[in-house]
Design a protein. Structure first.
Lengths: 309, 971
């Protein structure tokens, strides 16, 4: 992360040691501020600001368009902290590195939530470094996001396997059930309480089908719920869609279900007063040949509980 | 110059020989000999001394000097030391980790699991598949470069890092206008497009556009889900997996380069040694791949990156391979699935050859989905594409072969048996059966050959073509032997089916394979039957024209097993079989291979008329193929082969037949440019014949043998002029002349020698030797000297003048256009002097039994002697004239040496009691020493020689001469 100030050629950067792998709550955020310049730099002080914010956005689907536009919920601040790294003075020419450490202490009884980028809910942690300068020169500023992972759960996760059957009768989004071809798909998921770093696994068997199957897909959907004055807004968005069978697969042969949870777009199921992330669900699509029925058929299945172990 | 008078010195050759005879010095074998191998027994101690000081070593060294090389190396050279070291230990790469016993053993066991050289690599299959599965139909490539957008929801947050942003932009660039569908591509276009993609993958990677590279790979592997133009699918698979391989390698190398400092050893590192950055990058790749929407690209790309699992966890590969194996079950199209399995097996074998279980799992899964092949969706597709079932089934072969090859590689017998049983249980298993026969060990197949034949017969006729099954069986039987008793029934059963194959192409493909089995185990009778069957099938409608490669391979196979040519040519059908090769180039190729084998395996000369006739025919075919366009090298190799054949022909003591063979051969092979080879050989052979005859007749010919010998001479006389090389002609003339003379054919000898003399003026001044132009002078001088010494025994022709051959030769020498500024002519003159001197002796140095030389003809007639002397004087006059012209500065050196050689000649052959000669000799000595160019050592030796000679009673006059000769250096 560099800023190149063209006039005085100051390379102003900072580097956080543990940015990539993510930070557990209660860990210490550590890094260096680096200033590279040919000449000495006069400044009014260098400060570091750390901030953790939950941004909530109302969906236009659940409330009106205008409300969605105006009534965006006030962001919730989780953590904020400010340190002056260097007092007003001069940084000598060449490369200067100033190490820093930040303890992640929350304000009051607030809890640090895991970093998450959703459509309607965003939990984001940033670290900003500012160099204030005299009136004539521009202030230099640099921002960087860092990831926070919540603490692993103490309790041991109970695997909760679930069996499912898909037939024309179980489908939800069809109108004329009589037009559907007959088919029977059985399967099971190994667990609905999933560890976020481990894949979702299971098996699926096509027992019978009147028409040739074109494709079987696995859809991961997340549900975000925001609370506001008017009530709750609940929205589901697709995160990932993975094909597990292509073409007319062999009948009565188990086909594996396997999906890796994408990083960044998923987080452990979270429920607070103001918002709720989670209730991930897994849908199974079955697309039959287009001539028989125009739309793909979907079977909504099971809500998953994600956690970190 | 008439002032010079020549008198030859009288010689007594015998006494001279005795006095000159070298003393026989007994050789002591214990003595040091430079070429004797040195056995240094005490090299150790001496070496130490050498290190200490050189002086001590020289004082201590005995008569046997130590060889510096061997003493340095202490008996063994570094290379063999390394070899010995590596042979005793495990290979160097493993030696590091094998320090602890347990670990080492584990490694070694792993080593056994690895793929050895006996595993046929994919690269060898690759070309075969590309050549076999082709199409003339139009193909299409459908590339949606931007279709991955859906799976990556936009990162529209405020803090997207710059890197991510540039990547997204890159992504956008690709999307714009990158969705294209290329229709109506011919196969070649298609291949080119794929190759272009491969290039752009490499370029993208090199320019750090990793996202683009991944996209290209995903798009390519997506093409594999498309089974339009199904005949081309195997080739498409090969082309696209090439790209995947490239990609896999690039990613692996990149992550590998991130683990630098310290580099773990490339073969045996563990995940613990990999640093975090590398791990994170690797993990990133896997996350990216895991989110690929479509099944087939996800599968293929993950397989391509299988090796990278080693960076993450120790047993990553072990866990991934079974998962991928199960994932393939999701592929509905059986053909696509089976190729995906083949790819997984291939990468699996490369990365983790010890994971046999998942290979087996793959195969059993394949068996489980086998019924899909006959499912409705496949049938519908085939109808749509108008592809026959047998053709469709053969598309599976490469993949199933490969899977089975991986599975059966070093697999225990029990497993193979189990697999076979499983295959048997499936209905219509011809396809599997075929692959089993291809991939399993040949020995395994061979011992059960009869069972297999039974199974093949049970197969459905409409499915997989039976002749292919028999072809596969034959291939196994060609490598391994079935039980002795079953061989004939096997051949009979197999041939019963093969002979019923309708299409000549299918027939010959299958028959070609079985020829090997037949040749291997049976006699010429069976092979002959097989040949006649092939002829019967291939002759109608000139079907053989399309099957030359197979027919050629039949011949090759027969030749590898039948080295005895008398057996080979006694097969009735062999020559008719040869007649099927009617295209010239093919025919010549076959002839070449026959001659090759003949020359390689024929140990002793033959006179078998069958072989000779057939091979003469074969050679004639080769010879007749030569035309103006034939390359020089080809001609040379043809000539070598023909020559090899001619050399192998010997009729023993039947000289006449040998001569007539030579005549016939000469008539046959008159077209080939490097004729020198044969004709040289012919002439030499014929001369040998003549000499052999003479030996048999003990020197005195009967009338019959005399006529034969004259016929030989005539043959040579006729043959020689066809030779192109002038020097071979000259030498052969001389040789033949000598042989004729030895056989008392005087007039023939005269004719040969005269011919040689008459050819002399044609000698060019420079000839090309091995492509370089060289002056011919040296060769010519050599020849003339040789010729001169032969002339001594040639008697003068009664009708021609005295010494007419010598005169003729000298005249030719005079008229020959020598090189400018050359002394060659004078050298000839000087060397003619000893001949003339020898001729004037009472009894000659050598003579030919039963041939009267000039000594007896003239009996020392003074007129004859005078003639000789006159000739000598002329020669000396010429030499002196030449010496005078050499008086100028630059040629003084030459003048000196010429004068000295003339002096030597006078000294050896002239009678120096004659004052004039004596004076001339002294003058020449002075002349040669005047300029000081003379070699002093030679001069001193000469003086010593004269001194030595002068001690003999009749040589006293030499001491006078000695007084007058002064050495310049001494004065």
């Amino acid at each position: 992360m560099n800023i190149l100030n063209t006039k005085s050629v100051i390379l102003f950067a900072f580097h956080i040691c543990n940015i990539i792998s993510g930070l557990l709550c209660q860990e210490v955020l550590a890094g260096v501020v680096a200033i590279v310049s040919k000449e000495a730099v006069q400044h009014q002080g260098i400060t570091l600001t750390m901030e953790g914010i939950v941004n909530l956005q109302l969906s236009s689907k659940s409330v009106g368009v205008f409300e969605a536009f105006y009534n965006s919920v006030k962001p919730i601040q989780l953590i904020t902290s400010n340190i002056e790294v260097v007092k007003q003075g001069k940084v000598p020419g060449g490369k200067t590195e100033i190490p820093f450490e930040f303890p992640l202490h929350t304000k009051g009884n607030k809890v640090l939530y895991e970093t998450y980028h959703g459509v309607f809910v965003n939990i984001q942690y940033t670290l900003r470094c500012d160099m204030k300068r005299s009136l004539l020169a521009k202030d230099l500023s640099k921002t960087c996001e860092f990831m926070v992972h919540c603490l692993p759960q103490k309790a041991k996760l109970q695997p909760t396997p679930v069996d499912f059957t898909i037939t024309p009768e179980t489908l939800q989004n069809v109108r004329e059930r009589s037009l559907l071809p007959k088919f029977l798909i059985r399967g099971h998921l190994d667990a609905t309480n999933c560890v976020i770093t481990k894949p979702l696994t299971g098996e699926l068997v096509v027992e019978s089908s009147d028409v040739a199957i074109k494709s079987i897909e696995l859809q991961l959907v997340r549900v975000e719920t925001c609370g506001c004055a008017e009530g709750y807004a609940r929205d589901a968005t697709e995160i990932q869609n993975i094909q597990i069978a292509e073409g007319d697969v062999c009948h009565s042969l188990p086909i594996p279900i396997y999906m890796v949870f994408p990083r960044l777009f998923t987080c452990p199921t979270l429920e607070t007063i103001n918002f709720k992330v989670g209730e991930f669900t897994c849908n199974k699509y079955k697309s039959n040949s287009a001539t028989v029925c125009g739309l793909p058929m979907a079977d909504r299945c099971d809500s998953l509980f994600l956690c970190r172990v | 110059m008439a002032a010079v008078q020549w008198h030859s010195r009288a010689r007594r050759y015998e006494s001279e020989l005795q006095s000159c005879g070298l003393e026989v010095a007994p050789v002591e074998f214990s003595d040091y000999h430079p070429l004797k191998s040195i056995t240094v027994t005490d090299s150790k101690s001496r070496r130490g001394a050498r290190k200490g000081s050189t002086s001590s070593s020289s004082s201590s060294s005995s008569s046997v000097a130590p060889d510096p090389l061997s003493s340095m190396l202490d008996g063994t050279d570094p290379l063999s030391m390394f070899a010995a070291a590596s042979a005793s230990e495990s290979p160097p790469t493993l030696s590091q980790s094998s320090s602890t016993g347990d670990l080492g053993r584990g490694k070694r066991r792993e080593k056994e699991d690895e793929v050895g050289v006996d595993f046929e690599p994919w690269s060898s299959k690759r070309g075969e598949i590309l050549a076999r599965f082709t199409t003339t139909e139009k193909l299409s490539i459908n590339l949606f470069m931007g279709s991955e957008k859906g799976k990556a929801p936009s990162l529209a947050s405020s803090a997207v890092s710059e890197k991510v942003r540039t990547r997204l932009e890159e992504l956008d660039d690709l999307e714009e206008g990158s969705q294209r569908e290329l229709l109506n591509l011919s196969q070649q276009d298609y291949v080119n497009r794929i190759e272009e993609l491969n290039q752009s993958l490499k370029e993208a990677w090199a320019s750090d556009q990793k996202v683009k590279a991944l996209k290209i790979v995903i798009q390519c592997s997506k093409l594999l889900s498309d089974t339009a133009v199904i005949q081309f699918y195997p080739s498409k698979f090969v082309l696209i997996t090439d790209i995947l391989d490239t990609f896999g390698r690039l990613v692996y190398e990149r992550i590998w380069s991130m683990c630098s400092d310290p580099h773990p050893s490339p073969d045996s590192f563990t995940a613990d040694e990999v640093n975090d950055t590398a791990k994170e990058t690797c993990l990133n790749w896997f996350f990216k791949i895991a989110s690929i929407r479509e099944l087939i690209p996800r599968l293929y790309v993950e397989v391509a990156l299988l090796k990278c699992n080693r960076f993450l966890t120790k047993c990553g590969i072990q866990e991934t391979v079974p998962r991928l194996t199960a994932m393939i079950r999701g592929i509905g199209d059986p053909l696509v699935a089976v190729y995906a399995r083949a790819y997984l097996c291939r990468i699996g074998m490369e990365v983790a050859p010890h994971l046999k279980d998942s290979l087996n799992k793959n195969f059993f899964d394949l068996l489980g989905t086998f019924r899909q092949i006959h499912g409705d969706s496949v049938q519908n597709q085939l109808v749509l594409q108008r592809v026959e079932i047998p053709v469709y089934l053969t598309l599976y072969s490469p993949a199933i072969h490969w899977i089975l090859q991986c599975v059966s590689y070093r697999a225990p017998e029990a497993l193979l048996t189990e697999m076979m049983e499983r295959c048997k249980k499936l209905g219509n298993n011809a396809l599997l059966l075929n692959s089993v026969m291809w991939a399993f060990r040949a020995e395994f197949i061979a011992t059960r050959a009869t069972d297999f034949i039974g199974m093949i017969k049970d197969c459905d006729e409409a499915g997989f073509p039976q002749h292919l099954l028999f072809g596969s069986l034959g291939r196994s039987l060609a490598c391994a032997d079935p039980p002795e008793a079953e061989r004939l029934p096997i051949l009979n059963e197999a041939w019963k089916v093969i002979t019923k194959v309708r299409s000549p192409q299918d027939y010959i493909n299958c028959a070609e394979i079985w020829v090997e089995f037949t040749c291997r185990h049976f006699t010429k009778r069976e092979v002959n039957t097989v040949l006649s069957d092939i002829i019967k099938h291939m002759t109608p409608d000139r079907a053989f024209e399309d099957a030359y490669p197979q027919l050629q391979s039949v011949i090759r196979k027969i030749l590898t097993y039948f080295h005895d040519f008398s057996v080979l040519f006694s097969m009735e059908r062999f020559l008719p079989f040869m007649d099927m090769f009617q295209k010239d180039s093919v025919r010549v190729g076959v002839c070449l291979s026959i001659m090759d084998v003949f020359i390689k395996h024929q140990q002793e000369p033959t006179r078998d008329p069958v072989i000779l006739n057939a091979l003469l025919h074969v050679c004639k075919t080769m010879h007749d193929s030569v035309n103006a366009l034939t390359l020089e090298d080809e001609k040379r190799s043809l000539a070598l082969l023909i020559n090899g054949f001619i050399r192998m022909v010997s009729f023993g003591r039947d000289f006449e037949q040998q001569l007539s063979f030579c005549v016939e051969a000469r008539a046959t092979f008159c077209n080939l440019e490097p004729l020198n080879l044969f004709f040289n050989h012919f002439v030499v052979t014929v001369n040998q014949l003549a000499m052999e005859t003479r030996r048999v007749m003990r020197g005195s010919h009967s009338r019959k043998t005399a006529a034969f010998v004259r016929a030989c001479a005539a043959y040579s006389f006729i043959t020689i002029p066809s030779l192109t090389s002038i020097f071979s002609r000259l030498n052969l003339y001389l040789l033949s002349g000598q042989v004729a003379l030895a056989n008392q054919c005087l007039s023939q000898a005269d004719a040969f020698l005269k011919a040689a003399v008459s050819v002399l003026p044609e000698v060019p001044r420079s000839i090309s030797i091995e492509g370089k132009l060289r002056s011919s002078e040296g060769f010519l001088l050599d020849f003339i000297n040789n010729f001169l010494s032969a002339l001594l025994v040639v008697p003068d022709h009664p009708e021609a003048g005295v010494l007419f051959l010598v005169r003729g030769l000298l005249n030719m020498v005079q008229d020959y256009t020598w090189e400018d500024n050359s002394d060659a002519k004078v050298h000839v003159y000087i060397s003619a002097l000893p001949l003339l001197a020898a001729m004037s002796q009472e009894s000659y140095l050598y003579s030919i039994p039963k041939v009267d030389s000039n000594e007896t003809l003239y009996g020392g007639d003074p007129k004859f002697l005078a003639e000789i002397n006159k000739l000598c004087e002329t020669l000396i006059g010429q030499v002196l004239d030449h010496l005078k012209t050499l008086g100028r500065d630059e040629s003084i050196h030459r003048q000196g040496s010429l004068a000295f050689s003339l002096f030597g000649c006078l000294l050896a052959h002239g009678d120096l009691r004659n004052n004039k000669l004596n004076q001339l000799a002294v003058n020449l000595w002075n002349l040669s020493h005047k300029q000081g160019y003379c070699n002093t050592r030679t001069s001193v030796r000469t003086l010593e020689f004269i001194k030595h000679q002068a001690q003999q009673p009749d040589m006293v006059h030499l001491s006078d001469v000695l007084h007058r000769l002064t050495l310049q250096s001494r004065t």
